[in-house]
Write a protein that binds this ligand. Structure first.
Ligand code: 13P
Length: 339
């Protein structure tokens, strides 16, 4: 039975569920494997993703969809079952990262533009045939002295809108991800101001390109203090300011908002999400689309060793469960110790 794009978008933000971002590029997953002294071969990458995708409780109960990388969507588990089939059997919707990463933005030192529009229509059509039903494009925006520039915000949000229109035409729900990096010494209020500017620009550009908002999801950063800022905002302040900016900028027609974790620690990323859901009256579901905050503990417990697969799966399942509760505003830090 085929689902409409609206149904896919809604299913991805189903109550108590969120997205696993497992779309690390080959160079990014190599960095994660370097940390456990594991050589990044195609087989190692397959084994690692298979460990996650075969975590049945996590995948069935807490994960709605998985964002894959080009290599992964074409891979099969060790026994020959295609990953797409493995995910679909667990009730998870396969998704695909389609941007081609960032390049320096001409004339704008320290700023980046995401590439990948050339040939995107054909790639989206192929991914749909391979079983993908949603997709992701990430723009990266750095906060610093005099940046982001207007040029950086405009070019990146324009590219996001062009991508979203092409994805919808090909039958894929676009997740639009404008990520403000948390690196730097900026205050939470500066993050709030820049996030607001970026999201206003994004929704203006999506409107310009006739993107159907009901068939999209937003993947934003949370509004937080820069990692080097001497005053670190607490959980309630982050929750309150993030919700404030989203209410100012994101139309209620958007079916859901799925946050990136961006380098926040596992437990903080979970606590922030729960605080937003617990204390606020919201026009859209708020859930997770975490990469590192879902996977860090699992990679560590696994360590690249087949005898540790069960331990890796336990670690992953625990985080998926905690974040599932956070998506309902029902998480508390005590639950970490109980596990
Ligand atoms: P993190 O949660 O590790 O930031 O990754 C999410 C993601 O998909 C970034 O594009």
């Amino acid at each position: 039975m085929s689902m409409t794009l609206e149904q896919v978008a809604k299913a991805l933000v189903a109550d108590g569920k969120g997205i696993l971002a497992a779309d690390e590029s080959t160079s990014t997953i190599k960095k994660r494997f370097d940390a456990i002294a594991l050589t990044s071969t195609e087989e190692a990458r397959r084994d690692y993703r298979e460990m996650l995708f075969r975590s049945t409780e996590a995948m069935t109960d807490h994960i709605s969809g998985v964002i894959l990388f080009d290599e992964t969507i074409r891979q099969s588990a060790k026994d020959g079952t295609p990953f797409v089939e493995l995910l679909t059997r667990a009730g998870c919707i396969p998704g695909i990262k389609v941007d081609a990463g960032t390049k320096p933005l001409a004339y704008h030192p320290d700023e980046q533009i995401t590439e990948g529009l050339d040939g995107l229509r054909e790639r989206c059509q192929e991914y749909h045939k391979l079983g993908a039903r949603f997709t992701k494009w990430r723009a990266v925006i750095t906060i610093g002295k005099d940046i982001p520039s207007r040029a950086c915000i405009l070019t990146n949000t324009h590219a996001l809108a062009r991508y979203a229109a092409i994805a919808q035409e090909a039958g894929l729900v676009p997740i639009v991800e404008p990520e403000l990096l948390m690196d730097g010494d900026h205050t939470i209020d500066r993050c709030l101001e820049v996030t607001e500017r970026v999201l206003h620009s994004l929704y203006a550009e999506l409107n310009m390109q006739d993107v159907v908002l009901e068939q999209t999801l937003l993947k934003p950063n949370m509004v937080i203090s820069g990692t080097e800022c001497p005053q670190q905002a607490g959980i309630e302040e982050v929750a309150e300011k993030t919700v404030k900016v989203l209410k100012r900028t994101v139309p209620a027609a958007v079916p859901g908002i799925v946050f990136l974790s961006g380098g926040q620690s596992d437990e903080i990323a979970t606590a922030h999400l729960s605080a937003m859901n617990a204390g606020h009256d919201l026009p859209w579901p708020l859930t997770f689309s975490y990469g590192r905050a879902l996977q860090a503990a699992a990679i560590k417990a696994w360590g690249g060793k087949s005898e540790n697969v069960a331990a890796g799966q336990r670690a992953f399942t625990h985080r998926a469960k905690m974040n599932g509760l956070a998506a309902q505003g029902r998480y508390s830090a005590d639950l970490e110790k109980a596990a």
